[in-house]
Design a protein around this ligand. Structure first.
Ligand code: NDP
Length: 402
C-alpha cells in the first residue's frame, strides 16, 4: 500500500513531493509539518507542475517534537511509512511514533541533539532491537551525502573491488546564487556542520582537525578547480563500520573564499554560537537568529546557476592488483529548478529520499531493523538514480586527493 506520510515541507520535502507525484508507485501522500500553510503551498505547487499526476495529496499540521501528536496523526492516516524530511532534531520522536503505530521509517540526516552539535548514529542505532522485534524497517540517511555516497560505496564493493582500502567523498558545489552569503540548505544545520572540528578515520581511529584546517584543491568535471576542505560528515561513521577492510575515509566539501571569510567573521563575533544568550530579557540562540536574517534556502532556486558534482573516489585491490575508481553525479541547478522549482542541493537529497521510499514500497529494500543504505543491495538504487534524474558517471583513472 503506497500511502506515504511526509514530515517537513522545506527544500528537500519540496523536491521529494514532486518526485513522488511523478512516480506511479505512489498513490497517496500526506504532507505534514509545523507550518500547515507551507504544506498547502507545496501541494498547490506540485499539482500545478504535474497536473497529470494521480497522487492524492492531503496536508496537516504537526509538531514532530511531540510523540503523542505524531501518533495521533499516523493512526488517523495509516501510512505504509513515514518519510522524515523535517530536521535531524526530530529523528527520535518520529522513530518512537513509528514504533508505537507500527509503520516503517526513512530519513536523510542522523539525529542531532539541539544543544550539542554532534552528528552521531548511536542514538538511532540503539533502536535496532526495537525495530527488529516490531518487524519494521528504519532506513537512515537516504539523501545524497549521506545516502547516495553509501550506495556508491556498496556498488563499488560489490562490482569493482575485492577490498576497498580508501574512500574520499568529494562534494563540490559550483553554483552561484549572487548573494554575498547564503547557505544552500537549512543554515542552522549547515553552519553547525562547518564550524565543528574536522574528523576523518584512519587505521581504526578518528583523527580530529581544527575546523577547516585541511584544505585541498581539486579539478571537478564540468565545474573546474575548487578549494575544498576536510569536514566530518555523518556517513563516515557508518561506512567505516560497514565497508570491510577500509583503512581510511575522508570527506571534503568545496567552499569559495568569500563564503569562508563571511563565516569566519560571523564566528568571530559570536553569531554562529548555539549557546543561548540574554537579549532584552529574552533568551535567544545566536545561530537561530542568524538563520532568521539569512536568505531562505528555498528562495535560492531561481537565482542559482551552475552545477554540483558529488562522488566517491575509491582505492583498493581487485584480482590482486591495485585499483582506483571514481563514481560521481553532476547536477545542474537551473535544470532542477525548471523541473521541480528548487536548486540542486535540495534536488540531490529529495530524489534519493523518494527512491528509498519507492524501493521500500516495492519490497526491493525491506527488512526488519535499522539500516544504513550501504547495507542494502545497491543495484536497484543505482538503476533508479539513472531513471529519476541523478545519472551517475564512472572514471577508472581518477586524479587522487593528496
Ligand atoms: P528546511 O529547513 O528547508 O525544512 C525543514 C522543514 O521541517 C520545514 O518545513 C520545517 O517547518 C519542518 N520542521 C522543523 N521542525 C519541525 C517540527 N518540530 N515539527 C514539524 N515540522 C518541523 O530543511 P531542508 O529541507 O533543507 O532539510 C531537510 C532535512 O534534510 C534536514 O534534516 C537536513 O539535514 C537534511 N539534508 C540532508 C542532506 C543529505 O544529502 N543527506 C542534504 C541536505 C539536507 P517550518 O516550515 O515551520 O519551518
Amino acid at each position: 500500500m503506497s500511502r506515504i506520510l511526509m514530515i517537513g515541507a522545506g527544500g528537500v520535502a519540496g523536491v521529494a513531493a514532486h518526485k513522488l507525484a511523478q512516480n506511479e508507485v505512489f498513490a497517496e501522500l500526506m504532507i505534514a509539518s509545523r507550518t500547515k500553510a507551507r504544506c498547502d503551498e507545496l501541494k498547490a505547487a506540485v499539482e500545478a507542475k504535474i497536473p497529470q499526476s494521480k497522487l492524492k495529496i492531503t496536508t496537516a499540521q504537526v509538531d514532530a517534537d511531540n510523540v503523542p501528536e505524531l501518533v495521533a496523526l499516523i493512526n488517523e492516516y495509516k501510512p505504509f511509512m513515514v518519510m522524515n524530511l523535517a530536521l535531524p532534531y526530530q529523528d527520535l520522536t518520529i522513530m518512537d511514533a513509528c514504533l508505537e503505530t507500527k509503520v516503517h521509517y526513512l530519513d536523510t540526516a542522523n539525529y542531532e541533539p539541539k544543544d550539542t552539535a554532534k552528528f552521531e548514529y548511536h542514538w538511532q542505532w540503539a533502536y535496532q532491537d526495537r525495530f527488529k522485534e516490531a518487524g519494521l524497517m528504519a532506513l537512515l540517511g537516504c539523501g545524497f551525502d549521506p545516502g547516495v555516497t553509501g550506495v556508491f560505496s556498496a556498488y563499488a564493493a560489490k562490482h569493482h573491488f575485492d577490498e576497498i582500502h580508501q574512500i574520499d567523498i568529494l562534494d563540490a558545489n559550483g553554483g552561484d546564487h549572487g548573494y554575498p552569503f547564503a547557505t544552500n540548505f537549512n543554515p542552522e544545520i549547515n553552519i553547525r556542520e562547518i564550524t565543528s572540528k574536522g574528523r576523518y578515520w584512519e587505521n581504526g581511529q578518528w583523527i580530529e582537525t581544527e575546523p577547516l584546517e585541511i584544505k585541498r584543491q581539486y579539478n571537478f568535471k564540468e565545474i573546474g578547480d575548487k578549494d575544498m576542505y576536510l569536514l566530518y560528515h555523518e556517513e563516515l561513521e557508518s561506512l567505516a563500520k560497514n565497508i570491510k577492510g577500509l583503512q581510511r575515509i575522508r570527506f571534503f566539501m568545496t567552499f569559495g573564499e568569500k563564503y569562508i571569510t563571511h563565516l569566519r567573521v560571523l564566528e568571530n563575533v559570536g553569531m554562529t554560537s548555539i549557546e543561548p544568550i540574554d537579549f532584552k530579557g529574552q533568551q535567544i540562540i545566536p545561530l537561530e537568529f542568524l538563520k532568521a536574517v539569512l536568505p531562505d534556502p528555498a528562495s535560492l532556486g531561481p537565482r542559482t546557476k551552475g552545477k554540483t558534482n558529488i562522488g566517491n573516489i575509491f582505492q583498493g585491490i581487485k584480482d590482486g592488483q591495485p585499483k582506483n575508481y571514481y563514481l560521481y553525479n553532476i547536477c545542474d541547478h537551473q535544470e532542477c529548478y525548471a523541473e521541480v522549482g528548487s536548486q540542486a542541493i535540495s534536488y540531490t537529497t529529495g530524489v534519493p529520499a523518494m527512491i528509498g521510499a519507492m524501493l521500500m514500497v516495492q519490497g526491493k529494500w525491506m527488512g526488519a531493523g535499522v539500516f544504513n543504505v550501504e547495507e542494502l543491495d545497491p543495484d536497484p538504487f543505482m538503476d533508479a538514480l539513472n531513471a529519476w534524474g541523478l545519472p551517475w558517471h564512472e572514471c577508472f583513472n581518477p586524479v587522487l586527493v593528496p
